[in-house]
Design a protein around this ligand. Structure first.
Ligand code: SF4
Length: 273
């Protein structure tokens, strides 16, 4: 059986960025031992159940490339030893482009996923609180990139789409673009922290799904029309897919999270696989 995502989420909480919507801080997940020695065992368990996944995502409550090299390597090695995935991605703050050792270890079979709010690096750096313009590095150009583009409330959608075209024109190594809305609180939905408040004031959320999809469909300059299945919408510009997940499928059945050695859903409930 094919599931959608297997997401490895580290518990380092170390990051060189300071995103005002920080998904790591918003979840309020407990700090745990990553129990990396159990990852391969859990993948083997899943494999024995006859399950494979479309995507492996190396994610973090924190920046993955700031883990120790041994820990970083252990995650990558486990996915190579028990490879159940059509596509593998690693999410990065941008730090990985300054770390030759980590980058060279993954760049041939992983897509590097970056998240931005603006093509203008100065603006992006100001809003997301970081100091090095990683998109200008040679290492950036050497990798296959997925761009997560966060849709802001105070910016005309038309301008956002023009920016996306500009990214694709400028950086041919961008293989996919994902339009992102933000979740106010992924753990229990309460608005009880400054990150959720920032999201409400500044970002589009899942409530804006219809507006975004209608807008994309009405802007023919984005190309080939829409492919819609499950919760995933897709458009194209110069053959680069631009996707949008309107309503993230509930974690559980088709989405599995590995956290601290356990297989859980996004509310940290144990999964019965
Ligand atoms: S890159 Fe990720 S972990 Fe780092 S501050 Fe931004 S959202 Fe948080």
């Amino acid at each position: 059986m094919k599931y959608k995502e297997f997401e490895f989420i580290s518990s380092s909480f170390k990051c060189d960025k300071n995103c005002p919507y920080c998904t790591a801080k918003i979840t309020k997940w407990p700090i745990v031992d990553n129990k990396l020695n159990k990852l391969e065992e859990q993948l083997k368990y899943i494999k024995d159940k006859g399950i494979t996944f479309k995507y492996f995502i190396f994610s973090g409550n924190g920046e993955p490339s700031l883990m120790s090299h041994d820990d970083f390597k252990a995650v990558i090695d486990a996915t190579r030893n028990i490879n159940l995935f059509d596509e593998k991605r690693i999410q990065s703050s941008g730090n990985i482009f300054y770390d030759d050792e980590e980058l060279n270890y993954v760049k041939d079979d992983f897509i590097i996923e970056i998240t931005r709010v603006a093509i203008d690096s100065k603006e992006d750096m100001k809003i997301l609180g970081y100091k090095r313009d990683y998109i200008k590095t040679d290492n950036f150009k050497k990798c296959n990139i997925r761009l997560n583009y966060v849709l802001l409330k105070n910016r005309d959608l038309k301008k956002s789409l023009e920016e996306i075209k500009e990214y694709i024109d400028l950086y041919p190594n961008i293989k996919t673009v994902s339009l992102k809305t933000l979740n106010t609180n992924t753990f229990d939905g309460r608005i009880d922290n400054p990150y959720s408040k920032w999201i409400i004031d500044n970002a589009l959320t899942k409530e804006d799904t219809k507006y975004i999809v209608d807008f994309m469909n009405n802007n023919k300059f984005l190309g080939d029309g829409i492919v819609e299945y499950d919760d995933r919408y897709e458009w194209k510009y110069k053959d680069v897919p631009i996707t949008f997940y309107g309503k993230k499928g509930k974690y559980g059945k088709s989405n599995v999270v590995y956290y601290g050695g356990r297989l859980v859903d996004y509310s940290l409930n144990e999964l019965n696989i």
